[in-house]
Design a protein around this ligand. Structure first.
Ligand SMILES: N[C@@H](CCC(=O)N[C@@H](CS)C(=O)NCC(=O)O)C(=O)O
Length: 208
């Protein structure tokens, strides 16, 4: 049985979304972050960084939301959530997948950490919100939102008319940008994320 280690609504929703899109039978194991369950010996054996998500299948246990999404999509080629290996379309699929975790998540988290993160959850303990870092996050996100807005101005999804795993990855970054208030001012990106939210797989993954 496939097990998703999650705590909604966090980056574990990326993994849950792809599980729902692919129709995989899985069970959910909640890792209570406020209670500190991520730092238990048992969970650290699954994810050595003590964060969610992680995924356990009959044959492997992995972490990193992007790796989970890409691996599961490769296991179900008949669901057509990724272009064929070696094609130009696959190159763009890799590009936007990497862009989500390397270029979108960090500025959003920098902004969140320095504006909205409760002080009792700051790292290191006792750290305060830093207005300069918040501005750096906002400004770096703005550059990247501009790039996405340009690409999405003439298409429904990142690769064109077909939804793919890259939309799950960037789509979750849009979820984070929505809940930090950063997405306001980028109507093309907002419309794209609204489109993604119509998908039954997205609805089920984010219902909790
Ligand atoms: N790069 C990782 C990031 C995972 C991550 O930072 N998860 C956060 C929630 S979004 C977490 O579990 N934080 C727990 C904590 O800070 O104690 C991924 O995409 O899977």
């Amino acid at each position: 049985m496939t097990v998703l280690y999650e705590w909604p609504p966090t980056r574990s929703q990326r993994a849950k979304w792809v599980l729902e899109e692919l129709g995989i039978d899985y069970s959910s194991q909640m890792v209570d972050l406020p209670e500190g369950q991520q730092n238990s010996e048992a969970y650290l054996a699954i994810h050595p960084l003590g964060v969610v998500p992680a995924l356990k299948t009959d044959t492997y246990t992995i972490f990193e939301s992007v790796a989970i999404v890409l691996q599961l999509i490769d296991e179900y080629p008949e669901k057509n959530l990724a272009p064929a290996v070696g094609t130009p379309e696959r190159a763009y699929y890799y590009q936007w997948s990497a862009f989500a975790c390397a270029e979108l998540d960090p500025p959003i988290m920098m902004y969140f950490d320095n504006t909205m993160r409760p002080l009792k959850h700051m790292r290191p303990a006792g750290a305060q919100h830093d207005a300069r870092l918040a501005e750096r996050g906002r400004s770096d996100f703005a550059t990247r939102a501009g790039i996405l807005s340009k690409v999405l101005s003439d298409r429904a999804y990142l690769l064109g008319s077909e939804f793919s795993g890259a939309d799950i990855l960037v789509g979750h970054s849009c979820f984070m940008a929505t809940h930090t208030g950063l997405i306001g001012g980028y109507p093309v990106l907002q419309a794209y994320y609204e489109r993604l939210q119509q998908r039954p797989g997205h609805r089920r993954a984010y219902a909790s």
